[in-house]
Structure formats: C-alpha cells, structure tokens
Design a protein around this ligand. Structure first.
Ligand SMILES: Cc1cc2nc3c(=O)[nH]c(=O)nc-3n(C[C@H](O)[C@H](O)[C@H](O)COP(=O)(O)OP(=O)(O)OC[C@H]3O[C@@H](n4cnc5c(N)ncnc54)[C@H](O)[C@@H]3O)c2cc1C
Length: 482
C-alpha cells in the first residue's frame, strides 16, 4: 500500500535491526525502551495523520513520478501550492505531536537533491537524477520514513574539512569501488534516525576543489552494517525512564525531540544509492537549497505549531488560576501570537514567492530571504514566547510536586487542597507539567540551533539583502547626490 498506516509502520519497525545505544547500553528492542519508543510513536502518528480525511489535502499529494497518492514527506514540490502544503504539514505535525515530525529533514533533503542532481546531470552527464528518482519511486511505493543527515561533527570549527587533524571530522569517501563507495565519519544530532527506514545523507556545507572526498550524498538503509546510533541523553530521558506511567510526563506519548549521533565505520554504499560524489562545485548550492527549504518549514511552520501548543496551555493556565481577564496576561498572550504568526507569515510568503529552481527542473524551492527570516525570527521569538509562558504559569512550573503525589493516600489530599485554584489540582498540575516541558526543557536551544544556528541565517541575509537598492531609495527621497 502506497500510504502506510501507523500499524503498518510499527510492524515494519520490528524488521529493523539497528545498533542503537542509550546511556551506554545497547537497545535490543526499540519498542520496549521508553525513549526509542517515543520516537516510534511520534513517527507512527505522522503515518496516522495521512489517513485522517481532515488532513488528506495536506498529507497526501499525488506523486509526480507515478501519479499515485503518497505521503507528503516523500513528495518533491512542483508548485507554490506544494510548498504551501509542505509548510502546512510542518505546522500540523508539530501541533499534533509537540515534538519532531521525524520525516521532515529527510523530505527537505530529497527536495534539495531533486534540484541539484538534475543540474549536475545536465552539466556532467551523470545519472544522479535518474538514481534519485528510482530511489524516490521505491520509497514512495513502500512509504518509507526517511531522516536527513547533514551535520558533521566538524572538529575545530575554524579549520576547513581538509585541514582537520582527524580527517573523519567530516563524513568522507575512503574508497571507490566498481560497485560503490565506502564512507567513514559521523553525523551528529540526527532527529529520529533510529526509527526511519532510510537516512538521506548530504555534505555538511560548501566545499572547494581539493575537498572532493567530503563531497558525497547518498541514501542509507537503517541498520546497514558499520552503522551505530548513539542516542542523546538528557534529564528528560532519565525522567521518562523513571516514570511509572507516561501520564506523569509533560508530553506523555511523543516526548522530546530525540536525536542520535550516527557513526559510519567504513560503510559500503552501492552506486545506485549515491547522488553526488566528488562534485565540490555543487555542495554549497545543494546545502543552501536544503537550508532554505528547511528554514521555511522549521522556522515558519514547525515552531509555530509548538507555539500554538504553548499559547493554548498558557491561556488554560491563566484560566485555571482565575487570571484570564488580567490586562498584562492578555497582553502577553497577544505578544506570543504576534511573534509566532510573524514567522508563520514568513513561511507563507516563502512558499508564495517560491520559484522553479533550476528553471526546467520542475522542482519548486521557497524564497530564500523569507525562509531565513522565518527561522531567525522564531529563534529569537521562541525564547520570548517561553519567557511569557513561564511568567503566566507561575513558579510552580519549576517547583511543582509530581502527579504521583496526588495518588498517595497520605499526601494526595494536601496536593488536592493546596494546588486547587479556579480549577481542580489535577488539571492545574497537568497544564503546568505540560508547560514545564517547554519553558524549562530542551526546546529553547533546540529551536535556536535546529535548521542551523542563527548566525547562519544572518550570513544568508547579508547576501540576500539588496543593500544598494535600499540605499538608493533613501538617497532618492532625501535628495542625496553622489
Ligand atoms: C533538536 C535538534 C535537532 C536536529 N536535527 C538534525 C537533523 O535531523 N539532521 C541534521 O543533520 N542536523 C540536525 N541538527 C543539527 C543542527 O543543524 C546543528 O545543531 C546546527 O547546524 C549547529 O551546528 P552545531 O550543533 O555543530 O553547533 P556549532 O556549529 O558548534 O555552533 C555553535 C556556535 O558556534 C558558531 N560557529 C560554528 N562554526 C563557526 C565558524 N566557522 N565561524 C563562526 N562561528 C561559528 C555558531 O554560529 C554557533 O553560534 C539538529 C539540532 C538540534 C538542536
């Protein structure tokens, strides 16, 4: 079936056998470990949304390669409408999960590759685009979850890949064979890769002649020999491990944005899965295409979905404490909406102003300037939103007792008595715990760095802004003559 159900996805996970570690221990069954299970649950929910008639338009386009209905996470944008629906999917999945759509980065890597492989084939007569389309058709037919791997460990950030003491700081080709290539290195902060069927790997950034060994893009099945996944470990992992029931957690079913470091220890990739190998000239453009697509979706839609959850919970918290009519609370809630919808508007603009790139390829890319502004604005705005949510929630957001205390026959009555306000203690504790997950959690730094740290967007805006045109406008009105 082309559009898998959540149950079919979970069944397919049972056949995966990745080498996964959490806190130094091998995970034998991803459906039993509480952290890896949260990734599987979240990914399953994304499959589920594609079967909800309400979200069909957003989640299920027709493949441009086969005409068949497919999950949008495997779609290559062919129009401004497609870009708009792609951003809508990011918004929807964040609203429904409160964590990553773990198929999101993979989708954006496929779009960037669709544009760049087409261009490379034209210049070099390579067959990268044909290979990519074959891969996409197969992934669509089997509705495979794809994660996206771009971020290298990078070592000394001041040195180029070729200048590092250890050349493995950027993933690289160590051998070329008749039947494929062998790669070595790692990719860090990989969202949901453990639960994806495939990982799409891109180079970490622009490269120069002489750096051909680092210029490589390919698709890699989960559990390929030589691959190890080392999961992130945070206080939230420990909390989930210690929980007696997921109901006592801030985001019970779907948890945190879980990532892993993927180690590639001399991994063989057959040629039919290689989409770039040695073409340094195209790496910068490929990564820039990924970045503009991902920044539109991540900054202007995904985080807006998170903000919707925080705003909703803050409004509830104010009602539960009887403060909903207080002017400074209302003002803060409006400010939260202002910040998040400004980024949302940038995503809509990025989609509306998107163009076919490269011309003739049939691939649509969002407007670069608006995509970058969406991400930069939300990177700053998200902290502001969380600051205001923390204010409205009160100190309890970091001092609250556990929901388990409620169930204790001796102290439960105290909790019920002293945490009751305009709403029962149970509701109040639940909404505060939900907000704690955001304002005292991992999402601030996650939003700051995900899709590239803000300095990357500032550099992009420096180049994308037509400073001369702006200066001329000022000169014209002020009657300044050179
Ligand atoms: C929650 C989350 C999910 C993620 N998911 C994915 C994923 O699925 N796939 C993926 O590939 N990546 C993913 N990432 C990685 C993300 O893209 C990176 O975190 C981001 O690009 C920053 O890289 P870094 O973490 O190595 O930080 P660094 O590059 O170390 O940045 C730290 C600081 O140093 C600055 N800096 C770095 N290098 C230089 C330089 N040369 N000159 C000047 N300043 C510099 C940066 O601007 C920043 O201020 C994820 C990250 C997070 C937080």
């Amino acid at each position: 079936m082309a559009v898998k159900t959540a149950a079919e996805y979970i069944e397919s996970v049972k056949a995966l056998n990745p080498k996964v570690y959490v806190a130094g221990k091998r995970v034998e069954n991803m459906l039993e470990n509480p952290t890896t299970l949260s990734v599987i649950r979240a990914t399953a929910k994304v499959y589920d949304l594609a079967h909800d008639p309400k979200y069909k338009e957003i989640m299920v386009p027709a493949s441009h390669l086969t005409g068949e209905p497919i999950n949008r996470n495997l779609h290559v944008a062919r129009s401004n409408y497609d870009l708009d629906m792609r951003a809508e999917m990011a918004l929807l999945t964040s609203q429904k999960l409160g964590t990553c759509n773990y198929r999101c980065v993979g989708c954006d890597t496929l779009n960037a590759l669709a544009a760049s492989t087409w261009e490379m084939d034209k210049e070099y007569g390579t067959e990268y685009n044909t290979r990519l389309n074959n891969f996409i058709k197969w992934a669509q037919a089997n509705d495979l979850a794809c994660s996206g791997a771009i971020t290298d460990p990078k070592g000394d950030r001041f040195k180029r890949p070729s200048e590092q003491d250890d050349p493995d700081m950027h993933l690289r080709v160590v051998e070329k064979r008749d039947d494929g290539i062998v790669v070595r290195g790692a990719k860090v902060s990989q969202s949901g890769a453990i639960g994806a069927h495939e990982t799409i790997v891109l180079p970490g950034g622009a490269l120069k002649p002489g750096e051909e060994q680092f210029a490589v893009a390919f698709a890699l099945p989960n559990g390929t020999p030589g691959i190890t996944y080392i999961c992130q470990y945070t206080p939230y992992t420990a909390e989930r491990e210690a929980a007696e029931s997921i109901e006592e957690l801030g985001n019970p079913e779907f948890g945190q944005r879980e990532t892993s470091t993927i180690v590639f220890d001399d991994v063989f990739i057959p040629w039919e899965r290689v989409f770039l190998c040695g073409e340094t000239k195209y790496c910068g453009r490929l990564v820039a295409r990924f970045a503009k697509t991902h920044r539109m979706n991540c900054g202007g839609a995904c985080k807006v979905g998170y903000a919707d959850l925080i705003i909703g919970a803050s409004k509830l918290a104010s009602e539960y404490t009887g403060l909903q009519k207080v002017p400074h609370i209302q003002e803060k809630l409006i400010d939260m909406v202002r910040i998040s919808e400004t980024s949302h508007a940038c995503a809509i603009a990025a989609a509306a102003k998107g163009v076919e790139e490269p011309v003739g390829s049939g691939v649509w890319m969002p407007d670069d300037l608006f995509g970058n502004v969406a991400k930069l604005n939300i990177a700053h705005g998200f902290w502001e939103i969380m600051k205001m949510a923390g204010d409205i929630a009160g100190g309890g957001v970091v001092t609250m007792p556990s929901e388990r205390d409620l169930e204790n026959p001796e102290i439960g009555p105290y909790i019920k008595k002293y945490f009751k306000s305009a709403a029962p203690a149970e509701q109040r504790l639940r909404v505060i715990k939900f907000l704690q997950n955001w304002v005292a959690g991992l999402h601030g730094a996650g939003t700051w760095h995900g899709a590239g740290s803000p300095q990357a967007q500032r550099v992009a805006l420096q180049f994308l802004t037509d400073w001369d045109a702006k200066k001329q406008l000022a000169k014209d009105l002020a009657h300044i003559k050179d």
